[in-house]
Design a protein around this ligand. Structure first.
Ligand code: HEM
Length: 236
């Protein structure tokens, strides 16, 4: 698999099959999200919701496959091996763009499930169509506590599973702790977000627009990264 992904690409002379596929998929997923924004603007709540679901499942499948196939190698994180330009451009232009890109990808990955859950909570079905329901939308304190305790329990069970069956490793434990801590943080942030926009429909529109802008910027930054690595400064 790794050999196939490293073969010369089909989009540009300097690209590889792996880089071209991953760029094309990023283009398709962002396109799907932005198209679903357009559907929401046209008050097509149900089609908006279905397309968001499909995009999210496709995006997660892609990320898992990407991790397995490329194992997020040096190229994905720092790009040093693939960057053929001068070191000053690498330090002052390429690395900042790559870091912004990775930050946007992480934010997008965290926001997508949050927005989907918020979307489901904030909508009702009227005459077979999804519509946002105006009015206060708040997690009850008991539900909030149950979610946090469930997360703690899941983290504990997972930690035990890793220790018993996958071999103890500090790296693995830290990575899982960070994943669970991020979910707990997002759940906790919901309390603050509720204060800012108590109305669930308004919250969905405001955060939804922010999320869509992040997706659009992710596409811009991934295009810049692709161009710098494989078109402007490919490794000779
Ligand atoms: C990543 C997830 C999601 C994002 C980023 C998102 C984003 C948005 C945005 C930006 C709008 C307002 C459009 C505008 O006026 O600019 C919107 C409206 C809406 N969304 Fe979502 N949404 C997401 C998930 C969902 C889900 C899961 C549902 C339903 C279960 C849903 C149902 C709706 C509905 C019904 C509207 C109102 C459409 C209308 O005006 O009639 N959304 N969404």
């Amino acid at each position: 698999m790794k050999e196939i992904l490293a073969k010369p690409g089909f989009l540009t002379a300097g690209g590889t099959v792996g880089a071209d596929i991953s760029y094309l998929l990023a283009l398709i997923f962002t396109g799907m999200y932005l198209f679903s924004w357009w559907l929401a603007k046209k008050a097509e709540g149900t089609r908006h919701h279905k397309l968001i679901f499909a995009s999210m499942v496709a995006m997660i499948v892609y990320f898992v496959a990407y991790y397995y196939a490329r194992q997020l190698g040096v190229l994905a994180l720092e790009g040093k091996e693939g960057f053929g330009g001068p070191p000053s451009v690498y330090e002052s232009v390429f690395l900042p763009i790559l870091r912004v890109h990775l930050t946007l990808v992480t934010l997008g990955l965290v926001l997508a499930p949050y927005m989907i859950i918020e979307g489901v909570r904030a909508t009702e079905i009227v005459e077979g169509k999804h519509v946002l329901k105006e009015g206060n939308l708040q997690i009850r304190s008991k539900t909030f506590r149950t979610i946090l305790l469930t997360l703690l329990g899941l983290w504990g069970a997972n930690q035990l599973f890793i220790l018993l069956f996958r071999g103890a490793s500090t790296g693995k434990s830290i990575a899982w702790a960070l994943i669970f801590a991020t979910i707990a943080l997002v759940v906790s942030l919901e309390k603050g977000i509720e204060k800012l926009w108590p109305d669930g429909a308004r919250r969905h529109r405001m955060l939804g627009r922010g999320t869509m802008v992040i997706y659009a910027l992710t596409l811009v930054s991934s295009t810049l990264t692709y161009l710098m690595l494989y078109v402007i400064f490919p490794k000779q």
